[in-house]
Write a protein that binds this ligand. Sequence first.
Ligand code: GAL
Length: 414
Amino acid sequence: MRRRERSEMVKMTLLMMVVMMSSMLMTMVDSSRTVQRARDDSEILRRHLLANGLGVTPPMGWNSWNHFNCNINEKVIKETADALVTTGLSKLGYNYVNIDDCWAELARDKKGKLVPKKSTFPSGIKALADYVHSKGLKLGIYSDAGYLTCSKTMPGSLGYEEKDAKTFAEWGIDYLKYDNCNHDGSRPTVRYPVMTRALMKSGRPIFHSLCEWGDMHPALWGAPIGNSWRTTNDISDNWSSMISIADMNEIYAEHARPGGWNDPDMLEVGNGGMTKDEYIVHFSIWAISKAPLLLGCDIRNMNKETMEIVANKEVIAINQDPHGVQAKKARMEGDIQVWAGPLSGYRVALLLLNRGPKRSDIAAFWDDIEIPANSIVEARDLWEHKTLKQKFVGKLTATVDSHACKLYILKPVA
Ligand code: GAL
């Protein structure tokens, strides 16, 4: 080979190498772009997984479990819907009528569809939804991210998520409480998003309430998947259960926000296990914690005392405040606690809580509750229904009975 030819060949080889290398480089850039795109997609999916627009303020309504357990039927549900309207509670915002566990037959039908229990829901859930909707209310239902629900009397939705979400949407369901019993051992972070996607695919906006009991800290991962997430185990109708649940839920305060709320379980007010003052504490803490306000008593037979508590418009307004910030403990001294949280309009919700056995004075200092030091503050007592004549500077002190609280809205006036 002549020298010229040889040098031509070297040139060609070099050129081919450059072309190959640049194409390899392009492929690498491309694949890193693909990875980036996939990352972006999953980020979009993650953020919009639950783009149902629901839960802008905490949900309000009723749930069958705390009072009725498995003893439910369509008559109870319809009468409860009627009572929510006749008592005026629906006008105050209590508009979800939520059926809990035990509403379905143990066996699905031949097509794998859930079947409403014939002995208790003979007219079917669609008819019930139509009835509830005709009253201007919404219907909620219950299922489980496992093979059976917790009562083991009906199937869960694991493996049937799309079918069940479609069924719920067809029936006109507005809210799904999704429990965590009898599953395959996989993580809730794997099982719950499957239902979220199925609900989104169903095309009907359905509030998604994750009932994972706080086991794997759903406050840390619930927002893209659910509109609310239980932060604790089940409530019981007594002081120590209620107050310990309030404590557990408070830890996650920073994670609550419009569209996704910490859920310390349904209300027990009116079920008879606590004193009036204790129920006022229960309702006050749930309200300032931006918890779902789901009544758990028999709405058809509420006494005056229960009604006075759950129908307190000003306390409800704290819960539904557009700011959507969960109150936190601002100071604790033994059994004496100060809880506070910001409200819209530069106002502050303030709870003075006495968990001890004796009546005590409790002071809230501006410094602890994020009110500027020299502010002069007007205080509205939400359980006395009066604006106090005195204006407060630097602190507010009140005497609080044992197992009782004071709840104020503070408004700086100068
Ligand atoms: C529990 C749940 C309760 C209730 C019950 C029904 O897991 O926390 O709120 O739904 O199941 O069996």
